[in-house]
Design a protein around this ligand. Structure first.
Ligand code: SIN
Length: 480
């Protein structure tokens, strides 16, 4: 079924001013699954205008009303979970079961923030004079530009718009050009939930730089929230400086997974696989490097190979498929380059290692791959792979493991497996990361803070922390 969408601006679906549209492809088959209006800078400015106009009324609504609309949007997302999941699998490629899981994860942010909307409290501060009253109010930052990635077409949107709308901000979403259909259907549901015109706007585009520049240059946009690569995040950060926008950046990761000698090896192997192969390795928090104690390295690698050998690769719409396609040819080339480089430098290919590309149809799969004896200078130990490859290296001491884990400019997620409670606490404290999974390869949930340190980003999304990113503190001093 071909889905067609316009831009959503000021409560209306409409064509792009230039009349252009672009096709959306299924990365598992190459077929066109949708056609979407292609925004330019002038469309982005229309969206800014609409969001600016809608802001005062939305911001001044009682929190209870904003909460009720978000709650209805949550209910609609859950009611349409299978439909949303199928759209997602068709445009992004992840297996249908995983897509269903993402829709629920995405809806959970809306539920959480429908509740949190009612808890944006201020403070009364003790004054130094009897005739004064001092208040700290928390108010919405204003118009928000949300630039979202293709790897989680629903959850990376709701993790931003949930807290933004709850706080009283209005939003312009620019979804990734590879996956705009899930975003459009979500916007449909928010409209059905009763969101007023202009509060949520959507501009999909094949010209992300021009549209991004227009949003960033506009002083009416008071906040940028972005999920994507560190490279692009740095550019956006520089551009946001010209109008001193608030920014939240959720950028690249290079997650280490430490397996200590006292770990439950079978469980650790299953957890590495769960973390690594979620979304075919195309997540910022997925394991990118495994460091295992030398005394258990062979047993662990064999256990991991047993789990990975059973994974079925294919079209995510087919039953039983666990590894979908990579998003495009550039992604497949990067994965291939990382594997070849590691093997050229002496790594042992334990499993997989082959790319299956049909260049004419634009379809690219990569076999789930395990590399052992990976050498220190291998690119895969220094760059984010964003694909289904596990490089394994050994360590001898806890200090060495922590040093290897921290030896990167990234700091998003890290994992460790151990049965020793003291070590679990000690190592989690030493890891320079925003998220640490102890015996847990899948820590992401709506109520917890998600975000990185170092070059992995700024700010936190999720939980009670996420809404702070969309609030300003105003100090009011009253003389009686
Ligand atoms: C991401 O890859 O950016 C998000 C992953 C998650 O929310 O778990």
């Amino acid at each position: 079924m071909l889905r067609e969408y316009g831009l959503y601006i000021d409560g209306q679906w409409r064509a792009a001013r230039g009349g252009e549209t672009f096709p959306v492809h299924n990365p598992a088959t190459g077929e066109v699954v949708g056609q979407v209006a292609d925004a330019r800078a002038e469309d982005a400015l229309d969206a800014v205008e609409a969001a600016t106009r809608a802001f005062p009324e939305w911001a001044s609504r009682p929190a209870k009303e904003r909460s009720e609309i978000l709650r209805r949007a949550y209910d609609l997302m859950v009611a349409h979970r299978d439909e949303l999941a199928e759209i997602m699998t068709r445009e992004q490629g992840k297996p249908l079961e995983e897509a269903r899981g993402e829709v629920q994860y995405a809806a959970d942010f809306i539920l959480w923030y429908s509740e949190e909307a009612k808890r944006v409290y201020g403070e009364a501060i003790p004054a130094s004079h009897a005739d004064k009253r001092l208040l700290a109010l928390r108010q919405p930052v204003g118009v928000v530009a949300a630039i979202t990635p293709w790897n989680f077409p629903a959850a990376m949107i709701t993790r931003k718009i949930g807290p933004a709308l709850a706080a009283g901000c209005t939003v312009i979403v620019k979804p990734a050009e590879q996956t705009p259909l899930t975003a459009c259907r979500l916007v449909d549901l928010f409209e059905e939930a009763g969101l007023p015109a202009g509060v949520l706007n959507l501009v999909a585009t094949t010209q992300p730089q021009a549209v991004g520049d227009a949003l960033l240059a506009d002083a009416r946009v008071r906040k940028l929230t972005f999920t994507g690569s560190t490279e692009v995040g740095k550019i956006l950060m520089r551009k946001a400086a010209d109008t001193v926008k608030r920014i939240s950046l959720e950028l690249g990761g290079h997650a280490p997974f430490l397996v200590f000698e006292d770990a439950d090896i079978e469980r650790a192997a299953r957890e590495v696989a769960a973390s690594k192969f979620r979304n075919a390795g195309q997540t910022c928090v997925c394991t990118n490097r495994v460091y295992v104690h030398e005394s258990i390295a062979d047993t662990f690698t064999a256990a991991l190979a047993d789990v990975v050998r059973g994974l079925k690769m294919g079209n995510g719409l087919e039953p039983g498929v666990q590894i979908g396609p990579l998003i495009d040819g550039a992604a497949a080339e990067k994965v291939d380059r990382h594997v070849q480089d590691a093997v050229d430098k002496g790594a042992t290919l334990v499993l997989g290692g082959r790319r299956h590309s049909d260049v004419d149809r634009g379809v690219h799969f990569f076999e789930p791959t395990i590399l052992a004896n990976v050498q220190d200078d291998s690119v895969i130990l220094h760059e984010e792979t964003f694909g289904p490859v596990v490089p394994v290296q050994v360590f001898r001491t806890e200090e060495e493991a922590v040093a290897k884990a921290n030896g990167t400019p990234y700091g998003l997620a890290a994992y460790l497996y151990t049965r020793d409670l003291s070590r679990a606490i000690r190592v989690s404290e030493q890891l320079e990361y925003g998220i640490v999974g102890v015996n847990d390869g899948l820590p992401s949930v709506a109520q917890a803070p998600f975000g990185g340190v170092k070059e992995s980003g700024l700010g936190r999304e999720g939980g009670k922390y996420g809404i702070e990113e969309y609030l300003e503190v105003k100090y009011v001093s009253i003389r009686l």
